[in-house]
Design a protein around this ligand. Structure first.
Ligand code: CAA
Length: 697
């Protein structure tokens, strides 16, 4: 007979073994009703003389995915997770965690406090708290090192790295892999334990395995480089170092305190905001639940250039078939070679097997003929960024594709509305704007045109997810969201340069803020010719000052194309190490002389404010125009696409922390200094400042 302990936890007794089943969709987070149900299940086990073991299993897609993030920041109702875990640990009869899906955070901590863990082969395990700016608070950093060794545990805790069931079985985290039905397998396992007279096992009582104490220093140094600016990874090392040095009970209290402290930290708030914003971004405005994604199996990519190759690789990686279409055997051959090189380097790094590489390349076909596209489900237009060239490709695709096939354009700046309306199938047209290198960059700006059908929007969202990308739906707007905001930062960086700042100073300020690389080092990496071409494309829409601020063109004229020519804004040695270059100073001085600009000392604060607030002001206009549906979408775009530090939550979240009034006052100041056409506060900023509100209310 099934007994309902709480709304989400039920109990069934099979002879002398009880099974507690949790069903708390979507991810069996450890909400209050789950914690209460688990406590009651342990009580039922302890109070029954007939029952000798308990199995914990979850319905739905996963084992507990952790604490309920929606409860963070609110008063917690008892029993707290720590209490449930202490009860599991103290229980005098064996408890078996039966795991499928992902056992994460508090979910893994529950499993660690059980005597035994069995799992299906596809299960994954992790303590990803660090990604939310916190650390395990219920014994994870104490039990995991005891079970699997200090070094592996430290990596999992400080990087939030997941491991699979095979590795977990190998390192002792999992006791058995279940091939059959999970509950049946767990019952069989528990039966064998009982019959063999096996009793309880407590990870809390295991000795600390031996380890090299130098590993903490090495981890700190490596994490400092890889997670620059993040607080929690460094604290994770302190925590594990402490956890293995002092008695369990004392360490347990200190672990809880550390977690509580971090939960209130600005970084954790920002990272938790982003976790929610990324999921919110998948909910497309005006899309009803019946807009089901279409089935996409075969894709055409038109244009074998840098973007086309990267995009083709994304689809191949996700298991789809790709027809790459180009204008000559030579360009197609080069593209295939470049894609093969991506896979060869993955093979060398050990992240791809030889069979998988072969399978991916076997799904790639090359053609010069649109007639070969009759059976594709979706075509990606990724040709040169010129309206006439793209319009011609659209015409050819229209003629060659099935009527129900979708066309997506990868345009960065052109008007998708115009391209769509010239097509025979405007309802089957949308944008999927990838970023270079497409097979690496997570962000995809999906673009809705006014006629895009709801199921086309659902399809491109699902497709981008299938490619492992972070899709955000945006609307019509020149440069969409990411590039439109970036162009304002680029403009200010150039103006600051001609007013007297150096590339090194501006790069230092912006990378000190948290961007992975400064704008000038990035320009040198991308190539000054690329920057000059982007500038030429924007020229018709530039102000007089922007046109005259032609430092990029001067660098190109001097043959300084960036890293590839050994000099750009910086000079590069054979190891591509950058150093400031007197040659650049001369070019800048000549530019200032020609423009009649007397250089001045510019403070770091001014640099940061002008670069950042110009972007935020533009974002406010984007929101007002509806080109982004909500501020969270902009935060996701900038953190996943352009390196805005996630621990600051994205430009909109960060703006609220600064205060919109403060930003408005600075915009007024820079309007007077630089010009109203550049810094006039957006009406939304004026309104929010007057109402003393933020983008998030
Ligand atoms: N609490 C509450 N809701 C959660 C959640 C959690 N821990 N994890 C996921 N969800 C919600 C999501 O917000 C989403 O909700 P909507 O449908 O309303 O948008 C829904 O569950 C599905 O999530 P995903 O879209 O992410 O689904 P997925 O299948 O792609 O991934 C997952 C599933 C791997 C579990 C992923 O959701 C995930 O990584 N979750 C976070 C896990 C985590 O960080 N756990 C640690 C929490 S902190 C902790 O546990 C320590 C402590 O005690 C303080």
């Amino acid at each position: 007979m099934t007994e309902l302990l709480t709304q989400v936890v039920s109990l069934v007794t099979h002879g002398d073994i009880m099974v507690a089943t949790v069903d708390n969709p979507p991810v069996n987070a450890l909400s209050h009703s789950v914690r209460a149900g688990l406590r009651d299940a342990i009580s039922a086990l302890e109070s029954s003389d007939a029952v000798r073991a308990l199995i914990l299993v979850c319905d739905g897609k996963t084992f507990f995915a952790g604490a309920d993030i929606r409860e963070f920041g609110k008063p917690m109702r008892e029993p707290l997770l720590g209490e449930v875990i202490a009860r599991l640990d103290a229980c005098t009869k064996p408890i078996v965690a039966a795991i499928h899906g992902t056992a994460l955070g508090g979910g893994l901590e529950v499993a660690l406090a059980c005597s035994y863990r069995v799992a299906v082969a596809s299960a994954r395990f992790g303590l990803p708290e660090v990604k939310l700016g916190i650390l395990p608070g219920a014994g994870g950093s104490l039990r995991l090192p005891r079970l699997i060794g200090v070094e592996t545990a430290l990596t999992m805790i400080s990087e939030g790295k997941h491991i699979g069931a095979a590795e977990a079985a190998h390192n002792g985290l999992v006791d058995a892999i279940v091939e059959s039905d999970l509950t049946d397998g767990a019952l069989g396992f528990a039966r064998r334990i009982i019959d063999a007279g096996g009793g309880i096992r407590r990870a809390s009582e295991l000795p600390i395995p031996s380890f090299d104490p130098a590993l903490f220093g090495a981890a700190r140094a490596s994490l400092r480089k890889r997670f620059r600016g993040y607080v929690a990874p460094q604290k994770a090392v302190d925590l594990v170092e402490m956890a293995v040095a002092i008695p369990f009970a004392e360490a347990s209290e200190r672990e809880y305190e550390t977690c509580r402290e971090l939960l209130g930290s600005p970084q954790s708030k920002a990272l938790r905001h982003l976790f929610a914003a990324e999921r919110e971004a998948l909910k497309i405005d005006g899309l009803s639940a019946d807009a089901a994604p279409r089935d996409i199996r075969k894709v055409a990519v038109v244009g074998p250039g840098t973007m086309g190759r990267g995009i083709a690789a994304c689809y191949l990686d996700a298991g789809l078939s790709v027809v790459l279409i180009g204008r000559s055997d030579e360009s197609l051959g080069k593209a295939k070679g470049a894609i093969a090189r991506i896979y060869e380097s993955a093979l060398k790094r050990g992240s791809l097997s030889a069979e998988e590489m072969e399978s991916r390349l076997s799904r790639l076909t090359l053609t010069q003929f649109y007639d070969d596209l009759a059976d594709v489900d979706l075509a990606v237009e990724a040709v040169t960024e010129q309206h006439d060239v793209k319009a011609e490709v659209f015409r050819k695709l229209d003629a060659a594709l099935r009527d129900d096939a979708i066309i997506v354009t990868n345009t960065s700046f052109l008007d998708i509305e115009e391209l769509a309306s010239a097509s025979r199938r405007p309802w089957n047209v949308a944008g999927m704007h990838f970023f270079n290198p497409a097979h690496v960059m997570k962000l995809v700006e999906n673009v809705r045109a006014s006629h895009s059908a709801p199921d086309v929007l659902a399809t491109i969202t699902a497709l981008a997810r299938r490619l492992g990308k972070t899709p955000v739906m945006v609307g019509r707007s020149e440069g969409f969201v990411a590039n439109r905001m970036l162009s304002k930062r680029t403009r200010e960086a150039q103006f600051l340069l001609e007013e007297g700042a150096s590339p090194a100073q501006i790069d230092r300020v912006l990378s000190g803020f948290g961007f992975p690389i400064g704008p000038f080092a990035l320009a040198d990496l991308a190539g000054m010719d690329i920057m000059a071409a982007a500038r030429a494309a924007r020229r018709p829409r530039m102000s007089d000052r922007e046109k005259s601020c032609n430092i990029v063109d001067r660098l190109v004229a001097a043959g300084r194309l960036g890293q590839k020519t050994g000099a750009g804004y910086y000079r590069y040695d054979e190891k591509r190490m950058a150093s400031p270059d007197p040659g650049t100073d001369e070019i800048l001085e000549a530019h200032r002389r020609d423009r009649g600009i007397a250089p001045r000392e510019i403070s770091d604060d001014e640099i940061l404010e002008r670069c950042l607030y110009a972007m935020i002001n533009e974002a406010a206009k984007i929101l007002e125009e509806g080109a982004a549906a909500r501020p969270g979408d902009i935060d996701v775009i900038w953190t996943s696409g352009f390196g805005f530090p996630p621990y600051l939550g994205g430009p909109m979240f960060h703006a609220d922390q600064i205060g919109i009034r403060t930003i408005k006052e600075a915009l007024d100041r820079y309007s007077a200094l630089v010009g109203r056409e550049y810094f006039q506060p957006a009406p939304l900023i004026e309104r929010l400042a007057a109402e003393r509100k933020g983008f998030y209310g």
